[in-house]
Design a binder for this molecule. Structure first.
Ligand SMILES: O=C(O)CCC(=O)C(=O)O
Length: 385
C-alpha cells in the first residue's frame, strides 16, 4: 500500500478520541457512486481471504473493496491506527434483515486478547443511510478497556451512554477489536447492510498518525472523557499509565476523587422513567376451557429486571439495565432504549420490584485492584404476575 498523504492521517486529537472511546467514525466518506454499487457487490458476496494476507494482496479479486480501502481518508485512518501493510484477519458482510425481530447480544468480536501491546481495528462500512429503526450497530464507548471474553457481555441489554448508530450513506466506523457491540433489531422494511474487515497490525502502533497537534489541549480533553455507564470506582482512559490506554492486560487505574459520583455525570432525575413490561392479558374465554383458564390464572410468571448500579449501594445510580418478560407480553432486547427504567435501585423497589439477588463483593486478586471487566454491581429484581 502506498504511504498515505500526511493530510489524510488522523490527528492526535482524533487518535485520542479513538483511545478513549474505542471508535472513530467518518460520515459519508465513501462517494455516492460507490455506495450505489455497494449493495449489489455485497449481495453477491466478497470472496474469502486467507487469514493473515497482507491488505495490498487481500482483495485482488474484489476491485470494489480495493477501491474502498484505498480511498485517501480511509487509507489514512487505517494507517494511523494499524500502520502500513496490516494483514486481514477476516471480513464479513453483515445483514440485519427487515423486521427480523431480534437483536444480537452485546459481544466483543474475539476471545479475550492477551497481547500486551497491540490492538486490531475493525472497519465497518455502511453503504445505505441507517435510521434508528434499521438496527444500526449498538456500541458502548469505552468498553474496549474492559477485559471480557466474546459473548460474555450478552446479559447487558442497555448501558447509559451507549451509541445506536444512525448515519448517512457511505459512513465508515473504525472500532477497537475489544469494543462491546452488536447488530440491533431491524424494525424497518429495509434490509440493512454492513461490510466489516478486521485488520491485524504488523508494526508497533506508536505515533503512526499526524503528530503535529500532539500537545493540543484537546488531546487531554479527549482522554479525560468519562462515560456515564462507568461505575464510580473507575476512571477515564487518561488515568491510565502511558502505553496502557489501547492495549495491555495491566490496565491500572487511579481511583478518582468523588466516589459518590463523577462531577461530569449528573445522575438522572429520580423516579420511574419508562413503561415496564406488563403481564400478558388474555381476554375472558379466549379459546380456553374453564379448567385451562383457572390453571392459567394460577400459574404466576416471572418478570425480571436486572439493574447495574454505579456502586454496591442499592440507592446508587443505574448505569445499565436488562429486562426479561416471562409473560411473553413484551420482548425487551439489546439496544432497545437509551433511557434507564429507574434512576437507582431503590426506585425499582418503590415501584414494586422484589430484589432477589445482588452481586457479591469479591476482593480483587492482589495486583489486579485496578483492572476492569464486567459490571460489578448487578442486582436482579422480579415481579410475579
Ligand atoms: O450488524 C451489525 O451491526 C454488527 C454485526 C457484528 O458486529 C457481528 O456480527 O459481530
Amino acid at each position: 500500500m502506498p504511504h498515505p498523504h500526511r493530510k489524510n492521517l488522523l490527528t492526535s486529537v482524533q487518535l485520542a478520541h479513538f483511545v478513549a472511546t474505542g471508535a472513530f467514525r467518518m460520515d459519508a466518506v465513501v462517494p455516492d457512486e460507490m455506495n450505489r454499487e455497494a449493495l449489489d457487490v455485497l449481495k453477491a458476496g466478497i470472496p474469502g481471504v486467507p487469514y493473515g494476507t497482507p491488505l495490498s494482496e487481500a482483495f485482488e479479486s474484489s476491485e470494489f473493496v480495493q477501491k474502498l480501502v484505498q480511498l485517501p481518508e480511509i487509507a489514512g485512518a487505517i494507517h494511523s491506527l494499524v500502520g502500513p501493510e496490516p494483514t486481514v484477519d477476516h471480513h464479513a458482510v453483515h445483514i440485519r434483515e427487515a423486521h427480523e425481530g431480534e437483536a444480537q447480544n452485546l459481544h466483543g468480536d474475539a476471545i479475550i486478547d492477551v497481547r500486551p501491546d497491540a490492538f486490531d481495528v475493525q472497519l465497518m462500512y455502511y453503504p445505505q443511510e441507517v435510521t434508528l429503526e434499521m438496527g444500526g450497530t449498538l456500541s458502548v464507548p469505552g468498553s474496549h478497556l474492559r477485559r471480557t471474553n466474546e459473548s460474555d457481555t450478552g446479559r447487558y441489554q442497555n448501558l447509559l451512554g451507549q451509541t445506536r448508530l444512525t448515519c448517512p450513506p457511505g459512513t465508515i466506523v473504525l472500532l477497537h477489536h475489544g469494543i462491546w457491540h452488536g447488530g440491533r433489531k431491524n424494525d424497518s422494511d429495509i434490509d440493512r447492510y454492513m461490510f466489516k474487515i478486521r485488520f491485524n497490525p504488523t508494526v508497533r502502533q506508536v505515533r503512526l498518525w499526524n503528530t503535529d497537534d500532539l500537545y493540543d489541549e484537546q488531546v487531554a480533553a479527549e482522554l479525560g472523557q468519562y462515560f456515564p455507564w462507568y461505575e464510580n470506582a473507575t476512571g477515564p482512559a487518561g488515568d491510565l499509565q502511558p502505553g496502557q490506554a489501547l492495549a495491555g492486560p495491566h490496565r491500572r487505574r487511579h481511583v478518582r476523587p468523588g466516589l459518590l459520583g463523577h462531577p461530569g455525570v449528573e445522575p438522572p432525575a429520580a423516579g420511574r422513567r419508562a413503561a415496564q413490561p406488563q403481564p400478558a392479558r388474555r381476554e375472558e374465554g379466549d379459546g380456553m376451557t374453564t379448567v385451562q383458564q383457572t390453571l392459567h390464572q394460577q400459574v404466576q410468571r416471572q418478570q425480571v429486571l436486572v439493574l447495574y448500579l454505579a456502586s454496591s449501594a442499592l440507592d446508587s445510580r443505574v448505569v445499565g439495565w436488562s429486562t426479561y418478560d416471562g409473560t411473553g407480553a413484551t420482548s425487551p432486547t439489546t439496544g432497545d432504549s437509551d433511557e434507564p427504567p429507574y434512576a437507582n435501585g431503590l426506585d425499582a423497589l418503590k415501584d414494586g420490584w422484589r430484589l432477589f439477588q445482588a452481586a457479591q463483593l469479591l476482593p480483587p486478586q492482589p495486583g489486579h485492584e485496578y483492572d476492569v471487566s464486567f459490571l460489578k454491581h448487578e442486582f436482579f429484581f422480579e415481579k410475579l404476575v
